[in-house]
Design a protein around this ligand. Sequence first.
Ligand code: MN
Length: 233
Amino acid sequence: MSTPAYVFAPPAVTAVPVDGGGSFPVHRVYCVGRNYADHAVEMGFSGREPPFFFLKPADTAVPVAEGQTGEIAYPSLTSNLHHEVELVVAIGIGGSHIAAAHAAGHIFGYAVGLDMTRRDLQGEMKKQGRPWCIGKAFEQSAPIGPIRRLAQTGELLAGSISLAVNGTVRQQGDLKDLIWSVNETIEQLSIAWTLQPGDLIYTGTPAGVGAVVKGDVLEARVAGLGPLRVAVR
Ligand code: MN
């Protein structure tokens, strides 16, 4: 029996350009909370808690090609839109219960990403013990630069991660200071969910998060990857 025709056109696949050609179709966007001690402390925590996760819909990703400046619209309902620069891990081979020692074999590559956050709404939800979705999983909340293949970069275990707004550095950290390393994160995530090719993992942000306003231009960098430039409109 054939599948009945769709009653409307299915949504387009969100796809991130890959350095050297091709594009990476996005399946899910996972995010790690409070994964650098200095950021955990600035948010009022010790930095010594087990890893925890949240998700953004795949179509919140805003792919920005090499050398381009992406655009996001200032979202509704907030007056405190925050930037969080993050190393993004792109999964190429899925799996569940992946041991940290084997995690690198599941990585397709890396990109620079921004976990944009309606901080006022997130704070209100935290206070009330409610889900973070409205603070985190809104449209255009996950800008991402081009993906560079692991074969090109090698494993990214250390190196500078930074964010500048209108040329002024606001966040500056080092990947070696991740509380839960990329490989440990893949291990923990893959116990809770079955990872699939096309999954993106935003691995957490260093200290220095803060607000942006309409007209700001953000430049996010991770050593070994091309920069991600995004304008807020
Ligand atoms: Mn984040």
